[in-house]
Ligand binder design. Sequence first.
Ligand SMILES: Cc1cc2nc3c(=O)[nH]c(=O)nc-3n(C[C@H](O)[C@H](O)[C@H](O)COP(=O)(O)OP(=O)(O)OC[C@H]3O[C@@H](n4cnc5c(N)ncnc54)[C@H](O)[C@@H]3O)c2cc1C
Ligand code: FES
Ligand code: FES
Length: 1381
Amino acid sequence: MSTSISPLAAVESVSEMEMVTERKTGSLVFAVNGERFELPAVDPSTTLLEFLRTQTPFKSVKLGCGEGGCGACVVLLSKYDPVLDKVEDCTISSCLTLLCNINTCSITTSEGLGNSKDGFHPIHQRFAGFHASQCGFCTPGMCVSLFGALVNAEKTNRLEPPSGFSKLTVSEAEKAVAGNLCRCTGYRPIADACKSLAADVDIEDLGFNSFWRKEDSKEVKKSKLPLYNCNNLICTFPEFLKKEVRSGMYLDSERYNWYSPASVGELQNLLKVNKGTDMKIGVGNTGTGYYKELERYETYIDLKHIPELSILRIDQTGVEIGAAVTTAKIIEALKNEIQHDFISRNEIVFRKLANHMEKVASGSIRNTASVGGNLVMAQRKNFPSDIATILLAVDSVVDIMNGHQLERITLEEFLLRPPLDSNGVLASVRIPLARKVSPETNTILVFETYRAAPRPLGSALAFLNAAFLAEVSPCDTSNGILVNHCQLAFGAYGTKHAIRARRVEEFLTGKFLNAEVLYEAIKLVRATVIPEDGTANPAYRSSLAAGCLFEFFTSLIESGAEVTNSVLNGYKNNSLVKQSKLGQNYNQFHSDKIPTLLSSAKQVLELSKHYYPVGEPITKSGAAIQASGEAVYVDDIPSPTNCLHGAFIYSTKPLAWVRSINVNLGPHPDGVAAVISHKDIPEHGENIGSHFSFGIEPLFADDLTQCAGQRLACVVADTQKHADRAANSAAVNYGMENLEQPILSVEEAVERSSFFEVPPSIYPKPVGDISKGMAMADHKIISAEIKLGSQYYFYMETQTALAVPDEDNCIVVYSSTQVPEHAHGIIARCLGIPEHNIRVLTRRVGGGFGGKVVPSMPVATACALAAHRLRRPVRMYMNRKTDMITTGGRHPLKITYTVGFKSDGKITALQLQILIDAGTSPDLSPVMPCNILTALRKYDWGALSFDIKVCKTNTISKTAMRAPGDVQGSFIAEAIIEHVASTLSLDVDSVRNLNLHKYDSLKLFYQNSAGEPLEYTLPSIWDRLAVSSSFNWRIKMVNEFNRYNKWKKRGISRVPIIYGVSLRPTPGRVSILKDGSIVIEVGGIEIGQGLWTKVKQMAAFALNSVLSNGDGDLLDRMRVIQADTLSLIQGGMTAGSTTSESSCEAIRLCCNILVERLTPFKKRLQEQMGPIKWETLISQAHLQSVNLAASSFYVPDTASCSYLNYGVAVSEVEINLLTGETTILQVDILYDCGQSLNPAVDLGQIEGSFVQGIGFFMSEEWLTNSDGLLVTDSTWTYKIPSVDTIPKQFNVEILNSSHHEKRVLSSKASGEPPLLLAVSVHCATRTAIKEARKQLLSWSGQDGSESMFQLDVPATMPVVKELCGLDIVEKYLEWSLGCKK
Ligand SMILES: Cc1cc2nc3c(=O)[nH]c(=O)nc-3n(C[C@H](O)[C@H](O)[C@H](O)COP(=O)(O)OP(=O)(O)OC[C@H]3O[C@@H](n4cnc5c(N)ncnc54)[C@H](O)[C@@H]3O)c2cc1C
Ligand code: FES
Ligand code: FES
C-alpha cells in the first residue's frame, strides 16, 4: 500500500552542507542546491517537479506542459560514482522524473546557480544583459539547460578556452536550448546569451546587449562580459551526500512501494510476487509525457540497477545495449567507439544511428529515456518510435524475459507480436555488425536514416522516419551500381509499428541501379507504406517514403562513376560516402544533416539622448531574478494553510443537455473536497465568467452546454494533481433530445442567421464608389475564397489564480491577468457582493498575448467562487491540455473577394465578404471587423466595400490574440495582391509597390489616424530596406539557385504593414518614501513587454529636474509594484500595444505634480543649506509635510489618440521539395518606432512578435474533431517555433523616426504590429513553391507557365509538399526515363 503524506510534515531539510545526518535506514535522501532532503515517506507517483514546487522554496522550476515538451522544468541531475569518485551531471525534465528515481542524487536549479542574495551566475547576468528574458517564465529552464551543457563541456579534454570563456562550442551552446520553448523572445537573444560563453565565438557575431557599445574593440567587448571563470564551477554534488553514498544507501522498498532490483533474479522474483497487481516497471518514466498517465500504481519497479539491463558493450560481434540504457548514453557510446578497428566498416552505421538518435525528443529527455522504454512503447502501444525504425534497418535482435525464460528474437518479430504483457521485460537489444567482406570484394556499405518532422533538431515526432542499409558493388565496366543486399525500414507514418519493406528489398536485390529500377521500387514502396485509416496527412506520409527511397538510391546512381573509380583506386573504406559526390548530395538534400547554426544577426538601433534616460536600451527590470527563478508568478506564491486546488471539467459535446457529472473517486478518494458548478453561484450572484462591452460568457454551462470545451464544473481537491486526476476521470452524462443540430461552421451560421451584432459605431466604413472602381478595371477576379484557422496563445505560464477569503465576506484574488480591473468586476458580480469586497492582485504574468484578457477572468472567478463557497483558499494552475481546450484563441475566417485591376496591376476596387467564427459568446469579437479592415487597408484598393459577419457558432469562444484581426487583414491583402500578380504574370513585388498608398490615399483610407504627411514613413522605409537587405541582388541569386537545384527551391519576398493603435485612459501613482526610494503603481501589467522598465525610465526622466549633480538617474531607487485593484482603480486592460506608453504618460503626469511641489521647496532649502542631494531633499520634504505621493489619470486626446505604425520585412526561404520543409534563411526588418522609449525592449518586441507570427503562418495547426473539440491540444501536436525554426539570419533595424508631437515623447508602439510582418515568410514560401510547380509542369511536358494555387495558413510541411507535388519523384523519373528514350 502506498501512503500519502501531508506536504511539509514529510520534509526534513538540513541546511549545513557538510553535515552528515544520521538517517533512518532506507529513507529517500537527496540534495537540492546543496540542501539535504530526507523524506520518510512519499507517494511514489510524485514527480520531482511536484515536490520542488510544492515542498521547497525552489520555484524556479516551472511547469509549462508536464509532458516533456517545453523545457521549463529542466533541472540538473548529478550522480556520484563512489568507485570512480566521479560526478556525472545531466539535465532532466523534472515534470516526468519520479522523485524516488533521484534517491542519492543531487539536483541543481536555477536558484542554485546564483541568486539575488549570493550574487547571480554569469549565465543569469548574460541572459539579462542580452535582453533574453521577457516574461521570464522560460528563463530558469533555459539557464539550467545551458549550465548542463557548460558543466559537461568543461569536463572534456579540449584545449583550455580563452579567459572568460568556456569549453563549449557555439554549436553546442545553441543546441543546449533546442528543447526549451520560449513564446516571447523569438530566441535570437537567447542564442546570443548562450553563445557568449563559447570558446569559438566571434564576439562580433553577438547581438545587441547592455554590456558594450558597438564601437568598442573586440578586447573591450570581451572584458565587459560578466566574468565567467571555468575554475569556479558550482559544486553540483555536495560532499555530505558523497559521504552518504559511500556509506552505502538504499531505499526501503516496502515503505515507498518502490523496488530497485539489483539482479535479474531479484527482478524475476518481484514480477512473480506482484503478478496481476497494479504494477509499473520502467526507467525514466518519460513515457508518461506521451500517454499522460495520471494514475498512481501500487508498486513501481525501477530497472536501472540491474547490471544486465544497463550493459553497453561494443565488440567484434556487435553492440549489446541493456534495455535500461538511456538514449544519451547510446549516442555517446556510438560516437566514441568509432575509433575501434573492427568498427571501421560499420562507422557509417554508428555515426548515422547516433545522429538520428540526437533528434529523438530533447537533451533533457534523452538523458533519462531508455531504449527499452522506447521499444516497449512502440511494441505495446504503437508509439511512433524513431529508435524502432532505425534499429530495425540494422537487423537488431532483442532479448525478452518472461518469468525465468529468456528469449532472443529479431526486433521485427518482437514488433509483430501481440503487446508484451505486463510481466514481460525487454532485457536488451543487440545491433549486429555488418558482415565482413574480403578486401578484394568491391562491396560498399551505405547507410542513411531519415526523419521528416516539424523541427529539424528534434522535439517533434516525425511524420515518417526511415533507415536504409545497402551493400552495393560498383561495376567498373558499366559504371553502374549493383545492389547486393538491402534493408529498408519505415516507421511513424501511421502504422502500428515500424516495418521492413520486404517486397522492395527483394525487388532491388541483385539489380543494377537505374531510373527504371528506382521507378519500380518507388511504386512498390507506395504499395507498402500505407498509413492506417484515421492517420493525419496519409498521402503526404506515403509520398515521404517515396522521397526517402528516391534520395537514397538517386545519390548512388548519380555518384556511380565516382564510386567505381574510388574503389578501383583502392579506397574501400565506407567513409567514401561522406567524401564522394554522394556525400555532397546527401547534404544538398538534407539541411538537417548539417548542424543548424544561426548566422550572426544584425540589429541597427539609433539611440537618442533627447529624453535621457528614456531612449536608453536599459536591461529589462527584473530580468536577473527572472533568470534565477526568484521572480514570483501567481503559482509561486506559497499556498496558505488549508488551500485547495481546482481543475475544470469541460464539455466534449457541442450542444447537449448536461444530465449529470460524476466524479469518479476510484480506489483513491484523493482528497476531493467539492465539485463546484453553476448550482453553487450564491443567491444574489450571477453565472458569469467574463464580460466585455458586447456581452457576457457564463462561468459554467447550466443545463445545456453550448460548445465542446465549455466549462461544466470545477473539481476542488487537496492537491492540483488530485484535482486534475478527478477532473480527467469525470464522467459527464449528455442528452441530445429536442435539440437542433449544433452550428459548427460559419457557413451553417449564415444558413441559420446566427450572428453577433456589431455596433454601427465600430463597424468600419467603406471607401469610394465600388461600382465605379469595378468599372475602371481591365480585369476582375470574381468570388475567390480564402480560409484562415485559429492560433493558440501558448503563453508558457498557463492560466492561474489563487483566491483567499478574507474577513467580512471579502476576498483577495491573485490572478495572472492582463485585466485585473475587469476580473475584479466579474468576481463581484458572480459572488453577488460589492466590488469593495474584492481585491485583485497581479504582479507579473508569464506571457499573455491576449490570452490573459478574457480567458483569465473565469479562472479567477472560479477560484473566488470555490473559495467563497468552501471558506478556504482555492488556487488553480491549469494543465496545458485543459488550457488549450478551454481558452479558444484567434478567430478563424472565411473570406470571399472580388477584385478589379488594371493590366499593369493597379487595383481599382475590392469587394469582400468576411465571415468570422466567433464561437459561442460575443467576447471581443465585434471589434474584429474594424481590426481586419485597418490592417487590410495598407494598400490603395481604389474603392473598398465589404460585408462582414460575426458568426455565432457552437464552438469555443474566440478572443483577442496578439494583433487580433490585424494579422488576418494583412494576410488577406497579401493573398489578393499575389492573386492579381499571378493572374497578370507580373512580379508580385512590383504589384505591391504600385499599390502602396500615397499620402492622399492614406488619408482617404485612414482619415485622422493617418497623421501628418511627414509621419507617413512607409514609402521611405520600403525603399530603404530594399537597399539595406540587397533585395534586388538577392532576387537574382535566388533565381540562380533555383536554376541549378532540382530538389530545393528558394523564394524571397518584401512586404509592408500598416497597423493602427489607440491609446486608452490609464491611471498612475508615484510615491516617494522617506529614504528617497520611489514606488510606482500603474494600471498596466508587466506581461514581459518591458512596461515596468519603460515606466521607470519615464519617471527618472520626469523627476530629473529636481535632481542635483551626483544624484544619478534614480533608476536604481525605483520599484514598480504589483497591480492592486483597490489601490489603483480604473486600471483598464493591458492590450493593444499602447499600455506601456499610456502608463508612461500617466507616470509623467504624477512626476510633474511632484516636481511642481518639490521645485520651490528645493529652492528654499538650497537657499538655506546650499546644494542638496536627493535623499536630503526628500527627508526634509517628509519632515515638512510635503505631499510626496501623486496620482494621475491620463486620458488621451480623442482627436489624436489613434495613430499608424509602419514596417517592412524581406524574407528569404528555402523549401525542400521532397519533405515540404521550409527553412527561413534570412529576414530583414525595418520598423518605425518613433523615438523608441527603450530600443532594447522594442527590439525584443519586434523579434518576438515576428517569430510568433512565423508560428501562425507556418507551423501552428489548430485542429478540431467533428464536434469542434480541439485535438491539437499538447506540445506533441501543436508546434510553436523553436530555436531551430527561426530565421537563420535575423536582421532588424529600428527606425528612430522624427518627432511625433502628439505621441508620448514621440514614441510609437512595438508589441503587436511586427507580428504582421511574418506574412513575408509565407509569401516567400509561396514564391518558392511557384518555382517548384513550374519545374514539375515542365517535367510533365507542359510549358512550365505558372499555375494558380493558394497556400494555406499555416504552411506546414504537408501543405508545402502537396503543392510541390506528392508524386514529384515519380514525375521526375517518368520525365527522365522519357528523355532517355
Ligand atoms: C517530449 C518527448 C519527446 C519524444 N520524442 C521522441 C521521438 O521523437 N522519437 C522517439 O522515438 N521517441 C521519442 N520519445 C519517446 C522516448 O524515447 C521514450 O519516452 C523513452 O525512450 C521511454 O523510456 P523510459 O525509460 O522513460 O520509459 P518509461 O517511461 O519508464 O517506460 C515506458 C513504458 O515502457 C515500459 N517499460 C520500460 N522499460 C521496459 C522494459 N525494459 N521492459 C518492459 N517494459 C518496459 C514501462 O512499463 C512503460 O509502460 C519522446 C519522449 C518525450 C517525453
Ligand atoms: S514542464 Fe516539463 S518539459 Fe514542459
Ligand atoms: S521569456 Fe520566454 S516564454 Fe516569456
